[in-house]
Design a protein around this ligand. Structure first.
Ligand SMILES: Cc1ncc(COP(=O)(O)O)c(C=O)c1O
Length: 322
């Protein structure tokens, strides 16, 4: 079968099989049964593959995206990588709008996958780049013909993808689950996962993990350096999440936790995974003692490779502590 001869919807249907179940591994821990779900096993390396595919599939089915559509999205990380990869496989044009904080390896990847990459340079009124990136997306959508903005910050399909895939898979693996720790940025992951898990395990506690300096849950804004977790603006998908508690993790703790995951557990994973692990450790004294050790899960959203120049780089980390 030659994919070139297939229609766009037929090519999308073929790609559905790319979303395979990601592994859950158990880590040694005292007093709890600790599990990590390894989302870097997704086809393009992160948990964002699921919503990227799901948004594309829905938009092709509804006719909002055709062979002639250009997709445009603000992302300096995993969502852009996922969208760029799926669009490339489907023969669609995708323009990622990125900013100077992007990891070098991600930028190089996007440059290879996309004909055009737009990089904003000006900080917005919050001191970050998110609002500038979003304004650039709107500009490009007006300027070009036949465009589609996936809107990873507010598209309910993002939560639906995590409900159907990430949440559903967790339900298949566990008979009982007491705590789940999920890193938050747009809130799409925690929205979908929490909705599905609360149906299956009504007493599960959902812990949102945020970065110190992020404004999502109302803390004071502060410059942050580790991508993937936290935000300078609260996205509307956060309101769909069923959250029991929030743990804010300082970046120095994230770094330590990433290294502990690597050197003690053999997991080379990214910043938000370290934040979730650090949050588990912070929360440990408050986990209720049951007759059996509680079943605890945290999500590892991406792999550690793109963080070698930051979280796993000693001089970079030393500057964080100053
Ligand atoms: C590495 C990583 N972890 C966690 C998240 C948070 O996911 P969400 O945006 O669904 O809240 C993201 C989002 O980009 C991410 O890239």
């Amino acid at each position: 079968m030659n994919p070139e001869n297939l229609s766009l919807s037929e090519r999308v249907a073929l790609l559905q099989g790319s979303l395979r179940e990601t592994p859950v591994v158990e880590l040694a821990a005292e007093g709890i049964r600790l599990h990590a779900k390894l989302e870097h096993a997704n086809p393009f390396g992160s948990l964002k593959d699921r919503p990227a595919f799901w948004i594309l599939k829905s938009a092709v089915e509804s006719g909002e995206v055709t062979e002639r559509t250009t997709l445009i999205e603000s992302s300096s990380g995993n969502f852009a990588n996922a969208m760029a990869s799926y669009c490339r496989l489907l023969g669609l044009e995708f323009i990622p709008v990125i900013d100077p904080n992007i990891a070098g390896s991600n930028e190089a990847f996007l440059q290879r996958m996309c004909k055009r990459v737009v990089k904003v340079q000006e900080r917005d009124e919050t001191g970050g780049f998110l609002k500038t990136r979003l304004r650039k997306v709107q500009e490009l959508c007006k300027e070009l013909e036949d465009t589609f903005w996936p809107n990873q910050y507010g598209n309910p399909k993002v939560a639906e993808a995590h409900y159907r895939y990430t949440g559903e898979e967790i339900c298949r693996v566990f008979k009982q689950l007491d705590y789940v720790f999920v890193g938050v940025s747009t809130g799409g992951t925690i929205a979908g996962v929490s909705q599905r898990l609360k149906e299956r395990f009504p007493s599960v506690k959902v812990i949102a993990v945020d970065a110190e300096g992020s404004v999502i849950f109302g803390g004071p804004p502060k410059k942050r350096h580790i991508p993937g977790i936290g935000a300078s603006v609260r996205a509307e998908l956060v309101d769909r999440a069923l959250i029991d508690e929030v743990v804010n993790v300082p970046e120095v703790e994230t770094v330590r936790a990433c290294r502990e995951l690597l050197y003690q557990h053999g997991l080379l994973v990214g910043g938000s995974s370290g934040s979730c692990y650090a949050a588990v450790k912070r929360y440990l004294p408050r986990m209720r003692s049951l007759s059996a050790p509680p079943q605890v899960l945290f999500l590892c959203a991406d792999k550690g490779g793109p963080y070698l120049d930051t979280v796993f780089n000693d001089p970079w980390c030393a500057r964080l502590e100053q």
